[in-house]
Design a protein around this ligand. Structure first.
Ligand SMILES: *Cc1c(COP(=O)(O)O)cnc(C)c1O
Length: 415
């Protein structure tokens, strides 16, 4: 093997580090949030129905998304549960979703006593493959929860066609995908419902919180979703009803969250456009490197990069994924091998088929089992991925350093 000039000494082996300056940081919350919070407190109520902050937050959110109705919730997990409830998902239904996601995607499905079914993923976008979704449809399938992973949209046109053909609902999990665009359309406005999270790790934060868009624009649909988030209370103007016509949790958002959300929404465009620019630049900078498979965004789409996840083709490298990750970290580029430890169906809940203590319900309704190999591409992605953060606070120089770090390590380990 001949040594090329491009092969620099790794920081791991005592060579000079690529990243010598700290990454850009910044404050997410400032005077704007404080002012909104003070106004919320001065209302002398923190209850969404009596105050104006959650209402204003939703109205601003609806304007950004161009939707007529949305419902506030206490978390992204709650938002997805609300959408499932509004979609009529119930005992023994099957819901098709992604094997690489936050467990918040799955909680509502199981609380409705429905059965999660996993579709396999595209090797480079890490999103659900329409053909795999269609192959998993049975007479029990009631809904698809698509997960737009890491700010990158799923292939919605074929997914919506499949759903229409089989008469099933589509819920978009947009927790990682604010202002993500699929062929120009905003993710979260394409399916029947779009679900968002404002937990502290997302593009914008209210500490915790969530929103659900009601894309039908239908008032009855909106009322169902609204009631599902408030234990079946319907509170509109001076009219309050409390018909307990079915089981619904209390997922209310408080005025404090709504207040912070108003200020955070004003920053959303800036946050997302910076992340898009940084992520796209990273792809440009690492495309064509030996053994490096960039995070793919399909032509015509726009990712807002909640994170950046590339894959390694170790057949073209002399190192393992773990060695690559450690070498990159030593260059001053923090990163993680993979994302979640394994596909979600390998978690004990699915392996033991036990969502509720001492019971196999609802899995025993269909005899559902979850074996290794169910979604081979999803499993392979997590075994070969290297993931790192993208931040709106990163400077262009930080992004160039990330690229230089990856280039150096890839060139060092090229076969
Ligand atoms: C964060 C997240 C959720 C859950 O959001 P919470 O607000 O933490 O409940 C759901 N799905 C995905 C893909 C997420 O990243």
């Amino acid at each position: 093997m001949k040594e090329t000039e491009t092969r620099e000494q790794l920081a791991l082996n005592g060579g000079p580090k690529v990243k010598e300056t700290p990454f850009g940081t910044g404050k997410r919350f400032g005077f704007e949030e404080a002012k909104e919070l003070l106004e919320a407190l001065e209302q002398n109520t923190l209850f969404y129905h009596f105050g104006g902050k959650v209402k204003q937050f939703l109205s601003d959110f609806n304007d950004i998304y161009g939707v007529k109705y949305s419902v506030a919730a206490s978390s992204g997990t709650a938002a997805i549960h609300v959408a499932l409830g509004a979609a009529g998902v119930t005992v023994g239904d099957e819901v098709i979703t992604s094997p690489i996601t936050d467990q918040g995607t799955l909680v509502g499905i199981l609380y409705q006593n429905a059965i999660p079914v996993f579709a396999d993923l595209d090797p480079h976008t890490y999103n659900m493959v329409p053909a795999s979704i269609e192959a998993r449809i049975t007479p029990r399938t009631k809904a698809i929860v698509v997960v737009h992973l890491a700010g990158n949209p799923c292939d919605m046109d074929p997914i919506m066609d499949i759903a229409a053909k089989h008469g099933i609902k589509v819920i978009e999990d947009c927790a990682q995908s604010y202002l993500t665009r699929y062929k120009g359309r905003l993710a979260g406005t394409i399916g029947d419902y779009g679900c968002f999270s404002t937990n502290d790790f997302k593009h914008i934060s209210t500490g915790d919180g969530g929103m659900v868009t009601i894309n039908s624009g239908d008032e009855a649909d909106f009322r169902t979703a609204h009631a599902f988030a408030d234990k079946n209370y319907e509170r509109f103007g001076s009219t309050v009803t409390r018909d307990l016509r079915g089981l619904a949790p209390n997922y209310r958002m408080t005025e404090l969250q709504g207040a912070v959300g108003i200020a955070q929404l004003k920053k959303l465009h800036d946050i997302c456009s910076k992340r898009t620019r940084h992520g796209n630049r990273i792809t440009e900078g690492i495309t064509g490197l030996p053994g490096i498979l960039p995070h793919k965004v399909e032509a015509g789409n726009e990712s807002t990069y909640w994170f950046y996840m590339m894959r390694l083709d170790t057949a073209q490298l002399t190192c393992t994924r773990e060695e690559f990750s450690a070498a990159l970290a030593a260059e001053g580029i923090p990163n993680q091998p993979g994302y979640i430890p394994d596909v979600v169906y390998m978690q004990p809940l699915f392996q033991n088929r036990q969502a509720y203590l001492g019971s196999h319900f609802p899995f025993d309704l269909t005899g559902a089992t979850y074996e290794r190999g169910l979604c081979p591409e999803g499993e392979a992605i997590l075994q070969t991925a290297v993931r790192f953060g993208v931040s709106e606070f990163y400077t262009d120089g930080d992004v160039e350093d990330i690229i230089r770090g990856i280039r150096k390590v890839a060139e060092h380990f090229r076969k």
